[in-house]
Design a protein around this ligand. Sequence first.
Ligand code: KG4
Ligand code: ZN
Length: 335
Amino acid sequence: MRLLAIESTCDETAAALVEGDRSGIKALSNVVASSATLQAKYGGVVPEVAAREQIRSIVPVVEEAIGDTDLSSIDGIAVSYGPGLVGSLLVGIETAKALSWTWNKPLFKVDHMFGHVAANWIINRPLFTPPPLPSITLTISGGHTDIHLIDKNFNLKWIGGTLDDAVGEAFDKVARILDLPYPGGPSIQSVVEKYGDAKINKILPRPMIGDDSLRMSFSGLKAAVLRQTNSEIKYNKAEIAADFNKAVAEILKKKIKTAIEENKPKAVLIAGGVAANKMIRGVLQTIETETGVDIRLPDLKYCGDNAVMIGAAAILKPDKITHLRLKPESNLSLE
Ligand code: KG4
Ligand code: ZN
């Protein structure tokens, strides 16, 4: 199946042509326009600004993704319909509906968070094998930090996650406390890379790491960063940033190891913008040697928001809808 996929949940406008089946999905094109640099001057995403940028970018991005592909070779259109910012979502959804209507091709709706998970089915090496199922997923993004069971039919069941801030949100807020630019994840990572992993001091707590449940909490960690920056003992920005990144990696590792013990999955599928973090990738990969469970990570370009993952999700689990009825969902959960 070959699909045109559209993603417009937040500050990225993305379109892609994808082709494949449950054994793996190939990206034929992948176009992403981001308003992140524009948002940086406000220190975060301003929904109205994001929606306006979506309107400016959507047509050129879709045109570039299609290129000179013969329209008759496209079997349908996939679009993410939430969770996300309503103004941004409307742009992608209405575009997808219009194309489905005029081309007379089916429209598939995709939950954005399942899209992140589906990035693990994008073919990224010659001997690619699809992730074995049943498995567990760890989605770490700007708005979510969740662990799910995923069965052979791609149904997800929530088994754990954050009680407060999402990991990406904590990265963004800690960056703001440390006076580093938005988006916080990449800017914290570049400070940490310059600092180096070897000499990280344990400055911050690891909230709920000793708790045997799959619950997590990151708002206390963020508050601890704030206390350190105001404290008498002065650690520099890089020391705090590095230990924050390490604390997050250690907490995620502990929770995933607990989830593995309890659920005996075949693999752990990691997904979402924070899965691009170098230290987190490295720490989570050590679980494979320690437990023998396959640890899957999408390529860096498929961790953050993109449309290839949305097309992949629609191929794995097609959810065909009557296009005139599709509405944006700003607060969808996978449960
Ligand atoms: O998945 P995503 O692109 O959008 C959402 O669905 O939320 O995730 C965005 C989040 C932001 O909070 C951003 O700071 C974080 O992912 N992020 C990172 C890195 N790159 C992006 N966090 C840590 N390290 C990174 N390298
Ligand atoms: Zn996302």
